[in-house]
Design a protein around this ligand. Structure first.
Ligand code: PEP
Ligand code: MN
Length: 275
């Protein structure tokens, strides 16, 4: 590596050259990164209190703590369900408080930060906004943990530099999430880039998680993909779960129902890879 490149890398706040120890994120009773794994579970979109409470109850039963659910939804078509907005965030907080869980939800614009901060523990920046630099700067000025997803066609360098925008503003509570990239392959919704996991772990000190649902888009291979992610060094997994996937208002084909989730969770625990 040239001296200039080496120097450039060591200047990056996300880099292991800058900080060698793993960043560990503590949110209430949850610990993300370090020696423990985290499973983030919940529906693609928050649709109703009853829907979310059913998933929350399954999480609680499994001893899990982080509930996901979208309220501001980045949909490909403007005619598709756009999420419940603030009403969805209120439902999340209400359900999370009832079951003693912490919450993760996407924000798409700096104007949503103040509202979302009242209800949500982790701000998710979705794949489509990975290079929304104003949004990255704005969440960098908050004290909320940020879950940053890899862009649809982002290189790992671009992904790391997107995280750098957040750290550079003073917020070092950042998690990186591989969620599949666009390739020519059509058998999966995206291509899960397993190599991203050890590379990001090697290059950065941030927790690295894998969204097996959006990266594959199919329920039948979630368990092997989750196991592969953990074997590659991931600190956690995200999976979408809905009480009645066929009636879901978004991503109906890829969400697990409660029974399927329980089978998935058992499979992960029995693999000895999850701890
Ligand atoms: C999501 O997690 O709800 C989502 C929209 O995922 P992505 O940004 O990875 O497409
Ligand atoms: Mn989804």
């Amino acid at each position: 590596m040239s001296d200039r490149l080496q120097q450039e890398k060591s200047r990056l706040l996300v880099s292991r050259h800058h900080k060698n120890e793993d960043t560990i994120i503590h949110i209430k009773q949850a610990v993300i990164g370090g020696s423990s794994h985290t499973l983030i579970v919940g529906p693609c979109s928050v649709e109703s209190r009853a829907q979310l409470a059913t998933v929350a109850s399954a999480l609680k039963k499994a001893g899990l703590t982080v509930l996901r659910g979208g309220a501001f939804k980045p949909r490909t078509s403007p005619y598709d369900f756009q999420g419940l907005g603030e009403e969805g965030l209120k439902i999340m907080k209400d359900v999370a408080d009832e079951f003693g869980l912490i919450t993760n939800s996407e924000i798409m614009s700096p104007t949503q930060i103040d509202t979302a901060a009242r209800y949500i523990d982790i701000f998710q920046i979705g794949a489509r906004n990975m290079q929304n630099f104003d949004l990255l700067k704005a969440v960098g000025q908050t004290k909320k943990p940020i879950l940053l997803k890899r862009g649809l066609s982002a290189t790992l360098k671009e992904f790391m530099l997107a995280a750098e925008y957040i750290l550079n503003q003073g917020n070092d509570q950042v998690m990186l999430m591989e969620r599949g990239i666009r390739t020519f392959e059509k058998m999966t919704r995206n291509t899960l880039d397993i190599s991203a996991v050890p590379i990001l772990k090697q290059e950065t000190h941030l927790p690295v998680l894998v969204d097996v649902t959006h990266s594959t888009g199919r329920k039948d291979i979630l368990l092997p993909c989750a196991k592969a992610s953990l074997a590659a060094g991931a600190d956690g997994i995200m999976v979408e779960v809905h009480p009645n996937p066929s009636a879901a208002l978004s991503d109906s084909k890829q969400q697990l129902n409660i029974d399927e989730f329980q089978t998935f969770w058992k499979g992960l625990c029995n693999s000895d890879l999850y701890h």
